[in-house]
Each structure stands twice: as C-alpha cells, then as structure tokens.
Ligand binder design. Structure first.
Ligand code: PLP
Length: 348
C-alpha cells in the first residue's frame, strides 16, 4: 500500500470505473516523479530533444552494463517484437512461439505471410526450449519470460542452454527473450548473455511495473549487427515526455521495489484465496494469474463485465481459463467478491 500511496490517493486511474484488470497494466498509476518529469517535458517538446533521447539510451546502457550502440528505443516494446518478426522470419524461416503465449509476434508474422510454429508450454508452465529449437529452421524463437497469459517462468539455465545451442546450429535462429514482466519475478535477466551471443535480442518495457503503458516506451538490447537488421524505421523515434518519464523511473529504484513487493503480496494473497476455493491456476511469478474457472471463461468474463470488472480476454484453445491482472488490495477484494458470485463459490 506504500506503492499505492506513492501513486497519489487522488489517482484518476485507480478510481475509474470499470475496474481494469484486463491488460496487465500497473494498478499503481504513473509514479509521481515520472508524472512531473513528463509534464515538464511537454513544455520542451517543440524541439526534438535528441540529447534527452540519447541520455535515456545512455542511462539504459549504463544500467544494463552494455555499450550505447546495443540499445534501441521504441514507442513500446510491441514495436520491437514486430520489427524482429519481420526481420528474422521468412516464408521458410518460421517464427516459433509458445502456446499459450503473447500473440503480437504471431500476428505480425501472419500479417506478412511468414511461417509460424506453435510449441505447447511444458506442464510446469516453462517453455519447451528443445522443441522450440527443433522447430526453428533458422527463423526466430520468441519467449516471454515470465510468459503471458500464464505468468510462468522458464528457468534461466534453460534459456542459457537455448541460446548456446541455437548459436551452434548450422542455420542459427535469432532468439528473442521478452522481459516485459521480468521485474515482477525473481528471475535473472538474459541481458548479460547478449555480449557472448550475437543472435540474442532482449526486450524490455516501461509499460508494466513502471506504469507508463500509455506513454509508450520500450527498448531492445542486442549486438548492433542484429539490431541494425530490425531498423525498418528510424531508431529511437520516441516521444520526449515518455523519455523524461522513463528516465525518472530509472532513477527511482525504491518505487520499483515497492511495486514489486505490492504485486507479490497481492499475488500470494489471491493465490491463497484460490486455493481455499479449490480453484486451480498457473504458478505465476508475474502480475497476472491464469485461473481454471471450470466453465466457459467467456461467460465469466461477461458476468464480471456486467458488474463493472474487466478481466483478460479468452485464449484460443483454453476456453475455461480466465486471466486476471493483479490490482491493489481494494481492487482484489472487489474482484474476489465478484468472482465468488460469478463462479457460485461458497461464501468465504
Ligand atoms: N510483451 C508482453 C509479453 C506483453 O504482455 C506486452 C503487453 O501486454 C507487451 C510485450 C507490450 O508492451 P508495450 O506496452 O511495451 O508495447
């Protein structure tokens, strides 16, 4: 709740109806320092402010211990996923994704007639890296860690083995690790592996733990040869207020730590409640949980929506799974009440 306080009690996002637990956004709003920085930056935005954009790249390079040339900025990390898919797949060099998984790379591939291979997640929710490698044929392997919609993680050792084996193939695929939700977990980043792995791309975003989804700022880290191939448009073409807000977030590690702790506390409380209700769910390390609601999820989604609560969309092939984004304590209380009614649970 300290993170809630840090976001400001009068926060418009937090008070809005309907309750939005549908897009894995932050329930804690734009951090105050970021809000102030962005407001000031609007006044400077008659200029391109290339130095400021460069300052963000520099700060990110320093924060991750990589050279400046290894950092590319985008208006949201989706853009990086899209460009990488276009750059590294062909009709005969597939995009390899997990099922279930985040659909944006697959949508990009299908839009452009590229081959797509779906590999089911393992029973523990991790990616089946061996099967993904076997399917890769010199294309692009996409792994979100933690994954969306399950929130589950793939062990770091498995990811390291994947990039090593990928590099040794006669036609090495590019491997993209999407770390949009990494800050919620206790997993190590794959960014340190980039220096030894020319075919590895790691993406990050300010949309999730930092609460800047609508400002649009994401980035990719990779060696320049692979980044250059992704630049179908001018790189670092990002809005100045978003740059200013992102810089403020980078300098506020305490806020990030509060948000992580608040998310973990809500995840543990919610999962304990699901246990008491006898409901099964994915072992999430992220800011969402995929629940087996034991009936068509579309019906539950509609019932919750009628009560002013938005939850995640249905996932193809998982008709009984409901994805819920973790909210503030008050929001989670409201969700539990609504779920109890929608699922006819005994009162608790
Ligand atoms: N990657 C994953 C796994 C996501 O779930 C999302 C958004 O939901 C994104 C990337 C996109 O984030 P951005 O706002 O940076 O485009």
């Amino acid at each position: 709740s300290s993170a809630r306080h840090a976001a400001g009690e009068g926060d418009a996002c937090a008070l809005q109806t309907p309750l939005c637990l549908n897009l894995n956004e932050s329930p804690y709003g734009v951090p105050p320092a970021a809000r102030q920085a962005a407001s000031e930056a609007i006044g400077l935005s008659s200029r391109y402010q290339f130095e400021r954009v460069e300052a963000l790249r520099q700060a990110l390079a320093q924060c991750h211990g990589v050279p400046l040339e290894w950092v590319s900025l985008y208006p949201g990390s989706n853009r990086a996923l899209h460009y990488a898919t276009l750059a590294f797949t062909r009709a005969d060099a597939p995009l390899v994704v997990a099922a279930p998984g985040y659909p944006v790379p697959e949508q990009a591939a299908r839009l452009h007639g590229r081959a797509v291979r779906r590999v089911p997640l393992l029973a523990d929710g991790g990616h089946d890296v061996q099967a993904m490698l076997a399917a890769s044929e010199g294309g692009l392997i996409y792994i979100a860690n933690p994954n969306n919609p399950t929130g589950t993680v793939t062990p770091h050792a498995a990811l390291l083995a994947l990039v090593e084996q990928a590099g040794a193939l006669p036609h090495p695929p590019v491997v993209l690790i999407d770390e949009a939700y990494l800050e919620f977990s206790d997993e190590p980043s794959m960014i340190p592996a980039v220096s030894a792995r020319p075919g590895l791309v790691v993406t990050r975003t300010f949309s999730k733990i930092h609460g800047l989804a609508g400002l649009r700022l994401g980035y990719a880290i990779a060696q320049p040869a692979v980044l250059d191939r992704m630049h179908t448009q001018p790189a670092h073409d990002v809005p100045v207020p978003a740059v200013a807000a992102a810089l403020a977030c980078l300098h506020d590690e305490a806020e990030c730590a509060r948000r992580k702790a608040a998310n973990t506390a809500q995840r543990e409380a919610f999962c304990a409640w699901l246990d008491r209700q006898g409901l099964r769910y994915s072992p999430s390390r992220s800011n969402c949980v995929l629940i087996d609601c034991q009936r068509p999820a579309a019906e539950v989604i509609a019932t919750l929506a009628a009560g002013g609560i938005r939850v995640g969309r249905p996932w193809p092939g998982l008709e009984q799974r409901l994805r819920v984004t973790l909210g503030t304590p008050d929001e989670m209380t409201r969700l539990r009440h609504a779920l109890s009614q929608a699922l006819d649970l005994p009162r608790s």
